[in-house]
Design a protein around this ligand. Structure first.
Ligand SMILES: *Cc1c(COP(=O)(O)O)cnc(C)c1O
Length: 350
């Protein structure tokens, strides 16, 4: 143990690793997964595709075929570049490895921003959102001037609050930022406006996306888009075969069936509206959502409601204690209609 204490970076010794609670036997509404599996006939075609993959060979290090499809999917024009990651989490890590001057992000936001900064050994600073969870643009500008962060992360729609930020607010931050601004659009399929249209006039803007929330969390595929010099830098910190053959083929296959995912997303958005209404009717404070989850507050009894749900085998995320703005807040992922019914029933039973 002496050796460990002597060798391992101090801040790493103090770090609590990302914890995923065991979910066996639970209705799992805590991780923003798309609840719909691939339709049966699509599974057969997918497996057929995978059959032909030579597992003895390394994958295409550039994932050219998949990238071409993703470019079309995202509507990215030839002036800009794209780098793929083993989930967008890996791209966050690549960014911190390449640009070590410090990370700044609004709070509450995605818990991986401070975690990955700490993991890589990069300073992190959080700037509180306003009470309605909108961006505090003057506070962000002031903090950027004081701390000169190399990277600003802005998730829009934001996790865990669910709201999307207006492009004007993002652009105001871009204009004053001393480093790069990464807009994390993991939840874009469910709402909000993409910052992609800002790319031509902002050379230090990068846009991060993922297939995880769309319905392919198990594949681990994220990508970032931006001006070519930044993409070349990220390629230098990317491990050569970071996207495995099965993921490359499966993601390309999925992008040939966008209609299936579009239908699932439409169903999730309908359920989101129904759940929001039902939660309001039960007397909770419900925040508007542009994502596939809903943030709600149970004043004075957030933890009790969480425990009650757990007793009924429904797993949501309890955010109480994670940030002062989230006192008594819970986050529920929109599930299948019957899962959402079970969640509402558990709430009503008390
Ligand atoms: C879920 C989530 C991601 C996705 O991470 P992957 O590594 O691509 O699965 C990225 N950003 C935010 C804000 C998220 O909530």
């Amino acid at each position: 143990m002496d050796r460990l204490k002597r060798l391992v970076r101090q801040e790493l010794q103090a770090l609590t690793p990302y914890h995923v609670p065991p979910a066996e036997g639970f209705i799992k509404l805590d991780a923003m997964e798309n609840p719909y599996p691939l339709p049966q006939e699509m599974r057969a075609a997918w497996l057929e595709r995978l059959k032909g993959i030579p597992l003895n060979r390394y994958p295409d290090p550039e994932a050219r075929a998949l990238k071409a499809r993703l470019r079309r999917f995202a509507g990215l024009d030839g002036r800009f570049g794209m780098v793929l990651g083993n989930g967008s989490d890996e791209i966050l890590q690549m960014l911190c490895l390449a640009i070590p001057q410090g990370v700044l992000a609004p709070e509450p936001s995605f818990s991986m921003y401070p975690l990955i900064a700490a993991m890589v050994g990069v300073p992190y600073h959080g700037v509180p959102l306003k009470e309605d969870f909108s961006l505090d643009v003057p506070a962000m500008i002031e903090a950027m001037a004081a701390r000169k962060p190399g990277i600003v992360f802005i998730a829009s729609p934001n996790n865990p609050t669910g709201n999307a930020f207006p492009l004007e607010a993002i652009e105001a931050i871009l204009e004053q930022s001393p480093g790069i601004v990464v807009v994390d659009e993991a939840y874009l399929p469910f709402g909000g406006e993409s910052a992609l249209e800002l790319l031509p006039r902002h050379p230090h803007l990068l846009i991060l996306r993922t297939l995880s929330k769309l319905g392919l969390a198990g594949l681990r595929l994220g990508w970032i888009m931006g001006h070519l010099p930044w993409m070349e830098v990220l390629d230098k910190v990317r491990l050569p075969y970071n996207i495995n053959s099965l993921t490359q083929a499966s993601a390309a296959f999925a992008l040939e069936h966008q209609d299936v995912f579009a239908a699932q997303i439409a169903a999730i958005k309908r359920e989101r509206a129904r759940l929001s209404q039902a939660l309001s009717a039960l007397g909770f404070e419900v925040y508007p959502s542009a994502a596939n989850f809903i943030l709600f507050r149970a004043p004075g009894e957030g933890e009790a409601v969480f425990e009650r749900l757990r007793a009924h085998k429904v797993l949501v995320r309890c955010l109480h204690g994670s940030h002062p703005l989230l006192a008594d807040c819970l986050r529920v992922t929109v599930g299948l209609p019957e899962e959402n019914d079970a969640f509402l029933k558990a709430l009503r039973r008390g």
